[in-house]
Design a protein around this ligand. Structure first.
Ligand code: CP
Ligand code: NVA
Length: 296
């Protein structure tokens, strides 16, 4: 079964991904041969550090063979129709992860191929990131007691985090400047499941919260808007001063890459309550959980 969005993932499956991610992290050697003889493709239409490297290593550490496929070499949609790419790769691989600009490419490829497809980031969602994020929160507090505040652009990372939070029993607050709120359908779905606040008021959003989370103001593909966005988001930088308004044990999270001096200050990145590198590490363990769910 593919893993394209948190929206389409039942709560039990999502909870199992978080639980298995934590179990694999605790005892990695128990899973070294779990996927012996399998092959996993990792396709990238845009840049990556964490997803590329962690998914490659996770695949290898489960005994499977990873192959990274660059769009520069293969030309999704330019050299070959997405559906044909999916049909061909389905003849070689046991599972395929893809990072694309347009989520519609993922649904088209998923319809065209028999093998499970994993979303490694699209314009709509970043579901693998959300599994690692919820693992990270769970390492600090029970998810049912967590209030998570996402500050910044209502983007792909925000969407997956919102839906994962409410599905796993946490409350979610999104603080975004007017015009940059999360997608209305995603917000509506999240509201139908749990406690959701969307506001442009930073003080209201972070008051007493357990987690402050942010992402870049300008996502990949939006570079032409970077200057405008820097102006629109200027009041939304996460700093240690802001953390003072949160719960005394609150943690700071960021999916990375971070633009220090924009959405987050240097001091916040290096703060003792910054969990950003634990969070990045959890991408490795969580992708093992995803592959075990697909192929185990
Ligand atoms: N967080 C994340 O997906 O990082 P990369 O873009 O480096 O893969
Ligand atoms: N929102 C960012 C996340 C990168 C991991 C982007 O889409 O570029």
């Amino acid at each position: 079964m593919s893993f394209l969005t948190i929206a389409e993932t039942p709560t039990e499956r999502l909870q199992a991904l978080v639980d298995v991610g934590l179990a694999v992290k605790a005892a990695p050697n128990e899973y070294r041969t779990a996927l012996d003889g399998r092959s996993v493709g990792l396709f990238f239409q845009k840049q990556s550090l964490r997803t590329w490297v962690s998914c490659d290593i996770a695949t290898a550490e489960l005994g499977a063979h990873p192959i990274v496929i660059s769009n520069d070499q293969t030309g999704l949609g330019s050299r070959e129709a997405p559906a044909d790419v999916g049909r061909v790769l389905g003849r070689y691989l046991d599972a395929l992860g893809m990072r694309v600009f347009d989520h519609a490419n993922l649904t088209e490829i998923d319809d065209s191929t028999q093998i499970p497809l994993v979303n490694l980031l699209s314009d709509l969602e970043h579901p693998c990131q959300a599994v690692a994020d919820m693992m990270t929160v769970a390492e600090h507090m029970p998810l049912s007691e967590a209030t998570i505040t996402y500050v910044g652009d209502g983007n792909n990372v925000c969407h997956s985090l919102m839906l994962a939070a409410v599905k796993l029993g946490s409350s979610i607050r999104v603080v975004a400047p007017s015009g940059y709120e999360p997608d209305a359908e995603v917000t509506q779905m999240a509201r139908s499941i749990g406690e959701v606040t969307v506001t442009s008021d930073l003080a209201e959003g972070v008051a007493g919260t357990n987690v402050i989370y942010t992402d870049v103001w300008t996502s990949m593909g939006q570079e032409a808007e970077a200057k405008l966005r820097r102006r629109q988001f200027v009041d939304y930088q996460i700093t240690p001063d802001l953390l003072e308004y949160a719960d005394e044990d609150a943690i700071f999270m960021h999916c990375l890459p971070a633009h220090r001096g924009e959405e987050v200050s240097d001091e916040m990145m290096e703060h003792p309550r910054s969990m950003v590198f634990d969070q990045a590490e959890n991408r490795l363990h969580s992708f093992k959980a995803v592959l075990l769910d697909e192929l185990g």
